[in-house]
Design a protein around this ligand. Structure first.
Ligand code: GTP
Ligand code: MG
Length: 371
């Protein structure tokens, strides 16, 4: 469309030219019937009349929201494992719990498998898989959320029975509530002489977490992470909550997900742990991760084994990127390498420009400073 007079446009829109002149006037544009309109104005008018313009709106591939907000194909949806984050106050036993679960559950039946610390791991209980994020503490949780990554389905709040509810316990509860994820309370260290689980439960009622026995709906499990006590119960409760949540994903679409952690390795280059959220990630696929891109060269699971594919809720370590992304960055797989490269490069430029506009903001002071 190369410009058009109001009279011509009126004909196409089946309107009176005077009506269009009036409409334009309402939009703050003064025009006469024989005046030629530019493309922008025509498009504006077309939208006003609810008509789609000839040119299809270009989908912005660099905006990952497009991929993450895509309507699911209901026919393809299958149940996926829950992704669980463990939070709680300092020294209440988060790391011990993660380690105990990993040691008792991951290596079981994995003869010869050496567990790798890749930032997340999976355990199997009653034939069902649970994914644990291995970076405990709210720092990781909040950083991820601040970057728009909501990967946690269930939050485990660990509270030491000999210490009770502490400031970071409350913080953790607030984070979980803000993220609208279900909470399971693990009252830990019940083996200790000074342990008082009842007091913990009492204190938590003040924060809206009321045990089922007391008429509430929060699940409490009393454990000893150190002595591996009641860990099975905890896993079963996670599975129960996961079932209620009806967590589903489409393994058939192109994969999308989030970076759990990333580092630069001297010999292998950039290594990133990705959590697949939708679709299936395959070795060799073109991928954009944050502001980096490449092809998935190698894929390794949490047991240190090479794998060819990773389904939803599965963490894998990948190599093949042209740079090191950041935890919380999102990734998108593309059909062809050319698109992945274009999108990756465009995102890198956008990021650099955004950075520059932040650091080079000219103020009166720094303007004089530089003189
Ligand atoms: P930060 O990472 O520093 O926030 O601590 P954390 O929550 O990861 O606690 P961590 O697992 O490091 O445990 C702190 C201490 O408590 C360690 O000395 C553990 O051995 C001990 N501990 C953890 N769980 C238990 C338990 O169930 N019973 C007993 N008796 N000690 C435990
Ligand atoms: Mg720790």
């Amino acid at each position: 469309t190369d410009g058009m007079t109001i009279a011509e446009l009126a004909k196409k829109l089946h309107r009176e030219p005077a009506e269009i002149v009036k409409k334009l006037f309402m939009m703050g544009i003064m025009a006469t019937q024989n005046q030629s309109l530019d493309k922008e104005t025509i498009e504006l008018l077309a939208t006003e009349y609810g008509i789609e313009t000839e040119e299809k709106v270009q989908i912005d591939l660099t905006d990952f929201d497009t991929f993450f907000e895509q309507e699911p194909n209901e026919d393809n949806l299958v149940t996926r494992p829950a992704t669980v984050t463990i939070m709680g106050h300092v020294d209440h036993g988060k790391t011990t719990l993660l380690d105990s679960l990993r040691e008792t559950k991951v290596t079981e039946g994995e003869a010869g498998g050496i567990t790798q610390h890749i930032g997340a791991y999976q355990v199997t209980e009653n034939g069902k898989v649970i994914t644990f994020l291995d970076t405990p503490g709210h720092a990781a949780f909040t950083t991820m959320r601040a970057r728009g990554a909501d990967v946690t389905d269930i939050a485990i709040i660990v509270v030491a029975a000999d210490d009770g509810v502490m400031p970071q316990t409350v913080e953790a509860i607030n984070h979980a509530k803000a993220a609208e994820v279900p909470i399971i309370v693990a009252v830990n260290k019940v083996d200790k002489p000074g342990a008082n689980p009842d007091r913990v439960m009492q204190e938590l009622t003040e924060h809206g977490l009321i045990p089922e026995d007391w008429g509430g709906d929060t699940i409490f499990v009393q454990i000893s992470a150190l002595l591996n006590k009641n860990l099975e119960d905890l896993l079963e409760m996670i599975l129960l909550v996961a079932e209620v949540e009806e967590l589903k994903a489409d393994p058939k679409r192109l994969a999308i997900g989030t970076v759990i952690e990333a580092r630069l390795d001297k010999s292998q280059g950039s290594i990133a742990t990705l959590l697949v959220q939708e679709g299936t990630l395959h070795q060799g696929e073109p991928i954009v991760v944050g502001n980096t891109f490449g092809r998935v060269r190698t894929m390794t699971n949490d047991k240190g084994r090479r794998v060819q594919e990773a389904k939803p809720s599965t963490p894998v370590e990948i190599t093949g990127l042209n740079g090191t992304p950041q935890a919380g960055d999102r990734f998108v797989v593309f059909k062809d390498e050319k698109t992945a490269r274009q999108v990756g490069e465009a995102r890198a430029i956008d990021a650099t420009e955004a950075q520059r506009s932040v650091t080079n903001k000219v103020t009166l002071e720094n303007l004089f400073d530089s003189l």
